[in-house]
Ligand binder design. Sequence first.
Ligand code: ZN
Length: 149
Amino acid sequence: MTFRSHMDAALDEARAAATRGEVPVGAVLVAPSGQVIARAGNRTRALNDPTAHAEVLAIRAACAAVGADRLPDHDLYVTLEPCPMCAAAIGFARIRRLYYGAADPKSGGVAQGARVFSHPQCHHAPEIYDGIGAEASAALLRDFFAARR
Ligand SMILES: [Zn+2]
């Protein structure tokens, strides 16, 4: 099977989040078959839920779809470097590969900050591919926060 990036779909979710007034971050979960089984954007404001990050919502929806609390051999695409909470959830879900876009110096927990997957307490680390669609992702965030100032 040839590699096909699903980052464009994640960026669509990020754009949709921005139009709802949410921080523009989007995530897509892909099954071993290559089929997209969940996609989500941030909904912390709509749900009054500080844990309603795109990654968490996509993982919840995917787990509900497959009827399991783990997603081995599944891949997650997210437009921004996951925060420590989402990185921990990705580890708990046993995600196979994590593809993310822009780095997040303020809240990221993968390549900086808590570095969840490098921590000795980490039981499962996905393969990580960063920088995919990073420009588009960073531009969305920049425009979003510039418009609120
Ligand atoms: Zn998060």
